[in-house]
Design a protein around this ligand. Structure first.
Ligand code: ADP
Length: 480
């Protein structure tokens, strides 16, 4: 095991590795074993203010760094991630629980985001717009927004930073980031990597500790011009409110409640294959995880039978063990929520067709679960499950399917399996979601704009739009 190489038990502020002023620390444990991995500093407002000051001081020189030099640092960062992919992936699995193969994938996509934004920034072109009269030029140019605050969750503790740190650094912004307390090491590893490849002191600062204290200092600071947050809708709303006082730009990747529609004409085997990825990746703990399976009446029985068969084969265990497909959940609270949702579904007429219990492995392991006969009055129709439970609903017409799919305040990602082109276009029109996967259960890619509508968020990550969110547009009129 080589994960200790990037296990940093201190914070990174102004190019220094620091402890909390109070000397206090927080324990970090492995969810698969319950064992303590190490500690991180319990920092708060004072350390965060210093991090913001460092980022503010570093900004002018970093923004003015010749573009190719900055891009060169990003190339090195990309290479450093891939050169250390195994160590970083092991660290991620040890603190977060996901199977090592998934952790390796998270590192690969993280590196890919860095490369994508390093490429994209070289084409962040401005415009010269025709003026209404003679003797004037209208220039439209792009400039880094300034210091960016970042707050990230525990489910993708590395790649969520990749798609924030990548475009921020490409644009010439400086960073103050707070990783989730459950999984701080994958966040702190970004500081170690940035230091290693030579980003100047103060460009990237990472602090761990109280969410309220660190978040509060970031939100209160007029120097922080943008906040990018990935996490729950509840906390996102609170941060949007807090952003008002200093009128920060905000990017919000919030909760999802993804519908997964299977139509009568679908290739059911492909739909089941897609369902397994869309549902059980990261033990169901992704914001784009299929939350509700809507299956058209004609293929309902076949789909359910095949889904159960595939789900029953899943290998559950410690993410570091060979061949494991589902690791533990992040904590006891998350397991308790899945238990409640299963009990609620059963009390309203649902049937547990597979699983439905804590796993014999103990800790926070939960059995891969399929519940059939789900209905819109169940909590699973409205709430994000964030666990390995697949509720299956039945629908008749495409209109019913779309209406049920849209019956939620969320609008992040939707999936549908059908081969009929007219139906695909109606889904494109009718589904109120920021992302739609047709005949695919895995659509996240660096080239595409990831992000939701309705209460799932604001802004995009990835694609060319993912860079725009870190740039201000400036208009200059030049009369001559
Ligand atoms: P999740 O369900 O992913 O844990 P949360 O929204 O609770 O979602 O947490 C996402 C991130 O937001 C974490 O880093 C967490 O520490 C942070 N966070 C939680 N509450 C607050 C808050 N009041 N202010 C700032 N950050 C917060």
């Amino acid at each position: 095991m080589t994960y200790k190489k990037y296990l940093k038990e201190s914070n990174y502020v102004s190019g220094q590795w620091i402890a909390a002023d109070s000397g206090k620390t927080i324990d970090v444990t492995n969810p698969a074993t319950g064992e303590k991995i190490g500690t991180v500093p319990a920092c708060g407002e004072a350390e965060t203010v210093r991090a913001i000051e460092a980022a503010t001081a570093a900004f002018p020189a970093f923004a003015a760094m010749p573009l190719l030099e900055r891009v060169g640092l990003l190339w090195k960062l990309h290479d450093a991630i891939l050169d250390n992919q195994k160590s970083l992936a092991e660290l991620l699995t040890v603190e977060q629980g996901k199977p090592l193969a998934e952790a390796m994938g998270e590192m690969a996509i993280g590196a890919a985001y860095v490369r994508w934004f390093a490429e994209e920034v070289r084409r962040a072109k401005g415009e010269i717009v025709p003026a209404p009269g003679n003797n004037r030029r209208i220039l439209v140019t792009h400039h880094p927004v300034g210091v960016v605050g970042m707050i990230t969750p525990w489910n993708f503790p590395s790649s969520m930073l990749a798609r924030k740190v990548g475009p921020a650094l490409a644009a010439g912004c400086t960073v103050v980031a707070k990783p989730a307390t459950a999984t701080p090491y994958s966040g702190l590893a970004w500081a170690a990597l940035c230091e290693e490849v030579g980003f100047p002191a103060g460009v990237v600062n990472i602090v761990t500790g109280s969410a309220r204290a660190i978040g509060g200092a970031i939100m209160d600071s007029p120097a922080v011009r943008k906040l990018t947050f990935t996490g729950s809708t509840e906390v996102g709303k609170e941060l949007i409110r807090q952003s008002a006082d200093t009128v920060k730009k905000v990017s919000m990747e919030l909760g999802g409640n993804a519908p997964f529609l299977v139509f009568d004409d679908a290739d059911v085997d492909a739909a089941v294959q897609g369902a397994m990825v869309a549902k059980f990746r990261n033990a169901g703990q992704t914001c784009v995880c299929a939350n509700r399976f809507y299956v058209q009446a004609g293929v309902y029985d076949t789909f359910v039978e095949k889904l159960i068969e595939a789900t029953a084969k899943m290998k559950v265990g410690d993410g570091l063990a060979d061949g494991v497909e589902q690791g533990p959940m992040i904590d006891q609270e998350s397991v308790a929520k899945v238990e409640e949702l299963v009990a609620d579904a059963v009390s309203k007429g649902g049937t547990v067709a597979l699983g439905g219990n804590r796993h014999a492995l103990g800790q926070t392991f939960y059995e891969p679960t399929v519940v059939t006969g789900a209905t819109q009055d169940m909590r699973v129709a409205k709430e994000e499950i964030f666990g390995p439970m697949a509720p299956v609903f039945r629908f008749d017409s495409i209109e019913d399917g779309i209406a049920m799919a849209n019956d939620t305040e969320f609008g992040l990602c939707a999936y549908a399996y059908t081969r009929e082109i007219g139906q695909i276009m109606r889904l494109n029109e009718g589904l109120e979601y920021g992302m739609i996967g047709i005949n695919s259960g895995l659509i996240t890619t660096v080239e595409a704009p990831f992000g939701g509508v309705k209460e799932s968020g604001l802004g995009k990550e990835g694609g060319s739009q993912g860079l725009d969110d870190y740039l201000d547009t400036k208009y200059t009129a030049v009369d001559y």
